[in-house]
Ligand binder design. Structure first.
Ligand code: NAP
Ligand code: ZN
Length: 351
């Protein structure tokens, strides 16, 4: 075991502060990674503030961070896919049972024994729970380490490991969106990646935003149309016109409005995870045979596919790079939907 510098929160109301955490010594299957950048996901904020208490209560201290990019510093004796110096990524998952139907179907995120990157029971006993990427280093089983294309700008790669795969996966799963009308609700970290992927796959992309000031950015990011969702007239004009809508909103809102915008057999997929349940109108689903579903990150193979796709198409996240000392101000801005469009922590600032 060794000690690594990190940032943690001691309670739901405490600010994040500098600390040092134990990391395990590299086992035969492990890869030790020096973290270069870590994105700040809204899930980090939900978890730090214990907003998901009813589903997954937060164990303190918490070290968040599941959008990790870095360089391999050491590998265990049985590691075959990585060597020191390799550019790698780690997302929301660090282990699973490798043996259940979900693992066998490459959807490890649904394994009953999936181990999330932070706030999950630590199977290695290094600490009570896993500690995430707001740290100078991390040690991860090689089966959960991704290869990162060398041609991409690294600060913008980190968010691909969560915001990227979380939007890529449901868009791919929905099928061929070429020429179809696709909506993305909420232009934040997930939303702006959803716009980029939907555009890359040839859709006509409409952004729904509560922030009129984001209009120009939405168009620059690839949207064909921007609807201010607080304007009932603009909203009504969209009724029945969408094949697929991806909802990335981090707070309670009226999802029936978006069900009403779907055409026949249209689908609304939720990826946003507010703590309060939604009210769903049965009639909004019955007429038009519409469906409502959810999606959770993506499996390891699909995450690698997404990273390779980003490498080939030069896709990264639009980031505001910050030193870790500005983390608490960044959280305040994230809570107000005031980020363009993801914070990425430059981990050199932790040295
Ligand atoms: P984010 O950067 O804060 O973006 C969320 C966006 O939602 C905001 O930028 C804002 O966009 C909109 N919004 C916020 N409050 C709203 C409100 N009261 N009403 C309507 N719109 C509102 O967050 P994120 O990192 O993209 O994460 C979004 C959600 O997805 C979070 O709940 C997060 O936990 C969840 N998540 C889920 C998964 C998964 O696997 N399913 C993975 C990662 C994250 P506008 O300003 O454009 O309105
Ligand atoms: Zn995330």
């Amino acid at each position: 075991m060794y000690q690594a510098k990190a940032y943690s929160a001691a309670s739901a109301t405490a600010e994040l502060a500098a600390t040092s955490i134990p990391r395990r010594a590299t086992t035969p299957r492990d890869v030790q990674i020096e973290i270069l950048f870590c994105g700040i996901c809204h899930s980090d904020l939900h978890a730090v503030r214990d907003e998901w208490n009813s589903v997954m209560p937060t164990v303190y201290p918490i070290v968040p961070g599941h959008e990790i990019v870095g360089r391999v510093t050491q590998v265990g004796s049985e590691v075959s896919n990585f060597k020191p110096g390799d550019l790698v990524g780690v997302g929301c998952l660090v282990d699973s049972d490798h043996d259940c139907p979900s693992c066998n179907n490459n959807v490890e995120q649904f394994c009953p024994d999936a181990v999330f990157t932070y706030n999950a029971p630590d199977q290695h006993g290094t600490a009570p729970v896993t500690y995430g990427g707001y740290s100078e280093s991390i040690v991860v089983d090689e089966r959960f380490v991704l290869k990162v294309p060398e041609n991409l700008q690294l600060a913008g790669v980190a968010p691909l490991l969560c915001a990227g795969i979380t939007t890529y996966s449901p868009i791919r799963r929905w099928g061929d969106i070429q020429g179809k009308k696709v909506g993305v609700v909420g232009l934040g970290g997930l939303g702006h990646m959803g716009v980029k992927f939907a555009k890359a796959f040839g859709a006509f992309v409409t952004v729904f935003t509560t922030s009129p000031r984001k209009r120009e950015d939405a168009l620059r990011l690839g949207a064909d149309e921007v609807i201010v969702s607080t304007d009932p007239e603009q909203m009504q004009a969209q009724a029945g016109s969408f094949a697929f809508i991806l909802d990335t909103v981090a707070a309670e809102h009226d999802i029936n409005a978006y069900l009403g915008m779907l055409g026949l057999d249209g689908n609304l997929t939720l990826v946003g995870a507010p703590e309060t349940p939604y009210a769903v109108s049965a009639f909004a689903l019955l007429f038009g045979r519409k469906s409502l579903s959810g999606s959770l990150i993506g499996g390891i193979a699909e995450t690698q596919e997404m990273l390779d796709f980003c490498g080939a198409h030069n896709i990264t996240s639009d980031v505001e790079v910050i030193p870790i000392q500005q983390i608490n101000q960044a959280y305040q801005r994230l809570a107000k939907a005031d980020v363009k469009y993801r914070f990425s922590i430059d981990m050199a600032s932790l040295k």
